[in-house]
Design a protein around this ligand. Structure first.
Ligand SMILES: [Zn+2]
Length: 247
């Protein structure tokens, strides 16, 4: 069970309907607790309070809104930045590995030699450079999405979503990056197909998480995510063009 502290937190939501609730459970005595029911939908407001983290993770993989509401609103997940760094490094490593031409080599001996040569040629500098590029792209994506959301919330008179909340939302919804590991380790022949599947899953997770945190229609989520994605590509290309001209 993830740590929750209803007495100290200000805002909780019912994971079923998204309505605000005062606390996640009622405390009758030191050892007797009862999960609170939502006054709007009359279901248990947050059933995940009693669930193991593995069950919650499975529901996240299954793209359940309820699991996202639990993680984003009802849990103190302060160390999400660590997960963010791990995802960033994993994406950079994936890009590093995809830059190698191993698919074209059929002979195992040749493949092994090429593999070793490639690793000899790979420098730490290249990995750091890729990590910096991924960090830059991620920062551009989050910034654009944050400002689009800010405009959306101000226009509709909603509470503005903070940058930290946006960072947390995108970090949690990008956990699909871990799925890149199998093709990096075992079978590189299906890497491109696998990458497409992982990218699709990650985008769907981000759309769902954004819809949950922003409480907006799906059409706006799709518009905002795709605008942020293309702005990210444009910003990165622009940055690379400036670097190329300066060097
Ligand atoms: Zn409810």
């Amino acid at each position: 069970m993830l740590e929750t502290s209803p007495q100290t937190r200000k805002k909780y939501v019912c994971v079923n309907c998204g309505s605000p609730i005062k606390s996640l459970y009622k405390k009758y005595s030191a050892s007797v607790l009862k999960l609170r029911e939502c006054e709007i939908c009359h279901n248990v407001a947050d059933k995940y309070v009693e669930y193991d983290i593995v069950i919650i993770a499975i529901d996240l993989v299954l793209l359940q809104k309820t699991a996202y509401r639990h993680i984003l609103f009802n849990v103190d997940f302060k160390n999400f930045w660590k997960l963010s760094v791990i995802l960033l490094l994993m994406e950079a490593y994936s890009e590093l590995m995809r830059g190698t031409p191993r698919q074209a080599v059929k002979n195992e001996e040749e493949e092994e030699k090429l593999f070793l040569n490639e690793f000899n040629e790979m420098t730490d500098f290249l990995f750091y450079k890729l990590s910096f590029n991924v960090a830059l792209k991620t920062a551009a994506f989050m910034s654009v999405l944050h400002y689009l959301t800010k405009i959306y919330c101000k226009v509709l008179g909603k509470n503005v979503i903070t940058f930290m909340t946006m960072w947390k939302t995108l970090t949690i919804s990008s956990f699909g990056t871990f799925l890149l590991l199998p093709s990096l380790i075992w079978d590189t022949s299906v890497q491109e197909v696998h990458l497409c599947v992982v990218s699709l899953f990650t985008t769907m997770s981000q759309l769902l998480a954004y819809t949950v945190v922003c409480d907006c229609p799906k059409l706006w989520s799709i518009t905002a995510i795709f605008c942020a994605y293309y702005c990210k590509i444009f910003c990165f290309d622009f940055f690379q063009m400036i670097v190329t001209r300066l060097t």
